[in-house]
Design a protein around this ligand. Structure first.
Ligand code: FBP
Length: 595
């Protein structure tokens, strides 16, 4: 955008030379093109060049002249009356599916579309955009795609760029969100919606695609309802994104990016396991991203068979204390030490700390306190902050806070995210556990209960996987999601999320369509207020992935049964390159997907 301002300055200066507004516009466009040509080409690796030619596999239903099939009216998962009242227009719409038929899809008029990337990066975002682009161009070659820059903020601030064929081609099958950037601005007020509408109207945009997680898709639905209620003539379509894997339900099999991110982390964990099985001297404590849900930790465990994997949802359900978790880890270490195995791996989900009931209470009190006293807290000297917090907390929480290592205590008071929550990615749970386990083993050693060697190395894997080049699964899934979004637009739909199901089968048999977003909603308390939101999917302890893990974890704990998955393969046999995540395979096993 700085570049755009510089260009505007140059054009203004030239304006002193008396050029007409039309000439000014043309000059501006030409300068933009020249600068783009200079800036966009990137130095590419041989793999990137080869990968650029990959043609994503697509469902048959999206080929040819796409026809729409509408199902019966739907309901929200819970709180039907309240959701219906809040979404009188977009509530109850049917699930739709697409079936291909002979001929080319077409529309008499071009359809301009806007796209936004919202929240954390996830592999495959560029392919969603490429899918939308190819879809709307197939419908009418004069259709245009505009990308709003740096997330929802770009819509509000009118920062955008037209995504031309040359730009799209640069980004096909690549990781990252750098084509237009992403951001975490929440799109939720009427003022923002109206400001956004101004630029949508100016660019003659008929539909907006919001690519995001559960919160962004909830807001997409609120926006769809608002635009429909004022007859704005702008449709809104959502796309399920997040490496965390927590935006899924009966209709949305998985969020994109989960597959690739987990494959990258599993490769790294496998490499570490091979290293520790070779040197036999370290215990590796590995935290993986995922915010609240433990889907990533569980998937990595299914792929690599670590000695220990903690699942936050189990910790909460069984009300385990931090002390109990430490005992469990130390217990496995002691058992392996008896066999002379003084090495191993522990996988820790990012959000663990918030699922330990006592810690959860402490964090809630801290959130409330800091929401009202941040300024005063900021004025306290760094050396006095810990005592200041202890003096302000209830006695029960003050005691827990005082018992935490200095670093973790400090991390718990760092800046909150836009929702007022602790940024769990900043809390070094892996170090906390490694330190506390060491203390426990020292005690056991003094009591004669443990006689091993214990050296630790800690890791945090998150950012390493969020922008990886998408696996074939994510490249295909994302492209199909984007193309589906364009077909939903062509069908005049709004308030829908693009959906592609049956993805454990061959791509040709995948089922593409749209799910009314209201169908996934329920009412939840957020910041003291009841709000309609898409239900977040946490790990189900009754579900097939956790059950499989539960059946095998004892064996994995004591034996060294490591799996080394190796890097993602982009070229080669389908059983090596096209396999979906273990989580999805276990969840879908035996499930019949109906059209
Ligand atoms: P989204 O839910 O927006 O996809 O982001 C997920 C995530 O990658 C989490 O796993 C992690 O806790 C968080 O983003 C980190 O946020 P940031 O990118 O702002 O550091």
């Amino acid at each position: 955008m700085r570049r755009k301002m510089q260009l505007q300055k140059i054009v203004k200066r030239l304006n002193g030379c008396c050029i007409s507004p039309f000439e000014e516009k043309m000059l501006f466009l030409m300068l933009q093109i020249i600068l783009h040509i200079k800036i966009i080409p990137m130095t590419k690796s041989a793999l990137q060049i080869a990968r650029a030619t990959y043609k994503p596999k697509m469902p048959e239903g999206l080929k040819g002249n796409v026809k729409i099939k509408e199902g019966a009216a739907t309901q929200s998962v819970r709180d039907q009356e309240e959701i219906k009242k809040l979404f009188p227009i977009t509530y109850g719409m049917p699930i739709v599916t697409f079936t291909g038929s002979e001929g080319k899809p077409g529309s008499d008029t071009p359809c301009n579309v806007g796209v936004i990337l919202s929240g954390g990066q996830a592999p495959g975002g560029h392919n969603v955009i490429a899918g939308i682009f190819d879809g709307i161009k197939r419908l009418h070659r004069d259709s245009k795609l505009y990308g709003f820059i740096l997330g929802p903020g770009g819509l509000i601030d009118h920062q955008y760029k037209e995504l031309t064929e040359a730009i799209i081609d640069e980004y096909r099958n690549t990781g990252g969100f750098d084509i237009i950037g992403s951001g975490r601005t929440k799109l939720e007020t009427k003022e923002q919606f109206d400001k956004g509408l101004e630029i949508l109207k100016e660019l003659d945009i008929k539909a907006l695609v919001i690519i995001g997680g559960d919160d962004s898709n909830t807001n997409a639905c609120v926006l769809a309802e608002y635009y429909a209620s004022i007859n704005a003539g702008v449709q809104v379509i959502g796309c399920p994104k997040t490496i965390d894997g927590d935006l899924k339900n009966e209709q949305i099999e998985t969020s994109f990016g989960f597959d690739t991110a987990c494959k990258v982390y599993s490769e790294l964990i496998g490499n570490i396991q091979r290293d520790c099985n070779s040197a036999r001297k370290y215990w590796h404590f590995i935290k993986v991203m995922g915010r609240s849900a433990s889907h990533i930790a569980l998937e990595c465990a299914l792929q690599t068979h670590p000695n220990i994997c903690i699942v936050s949802e189990e910790v909460e359900a069984k009300e385990w204390s931090l002390d109990h978790i430490i005992d469990q880890i130390a217990g496995v270490i002691a058992k392996r030490a008896e066999k002379g195995l003084n090495f191993g791996t522990v996988i820790i989900p990012e959000g663990l700390i918030e699922f330990i009931p006592a810690m959860k209470k402490l964090i809630n009190e801290l959130n409330d306190f800091l929401a009202h006293n941040q300024e005063e807290f900021d004025l306290v000297r760094r050396s006095g902050k810990r005592d200041y917090i202890i003096s302000k907390l209830s006695p029960e929480n003050a005691e827990i806070y005082a018992s935490l290592p200095e670093t973790v205590a400090r991390q718990l008071t760092l800046d909150r995210d836009p929702h007022g929550n602790v940024q769990v990615s900043l809390i070094e749970t892996e170090k906390l556990l490694a330190e506390m386990v060491k203390k426990r083993l020292d005690e056991w050693s003094k009591e004669g209960k443990y006689n091993g060697k214990f050296a630790t190395i800690t890791h945090f894997f998150g950012y390493e996987g969020r922008c990886a080049a998408p696996s074939n699964y994510d490249a295909d899934y994302c492209y199909s999601l984007g193309y589906t979004a364009s077909m939903l637009i062509a069908a005049g739909k709004t308030g829908y999320m693009a959906s592609v199901r049956n993805t454990t089968g061959a791509a040709a048999e995948w089922i593409a369509g749209g799910i009314p977003i209201t169908m996934m909603m329920n009412m939840e308390r957020r910041h003291g207020e009841l709000k309609p939101v898409i239900q977040k999917a946490l790990v189900e302890l009754e579900g097939a992935p956790f059950s499989y893990f539960e059946d095998h974890r004892e064996k994995w704990a004591i034996e060294t049964d490591y799996v080394y998955p190796g890097p993602i393969q982009y070229f080669g046999p389908t059983e090596v390159c096209d396999q979906p995540s273990k989580t999805l395979q276990l969840e879908q096993k035996g499930r019949i997907v109906v059209q």
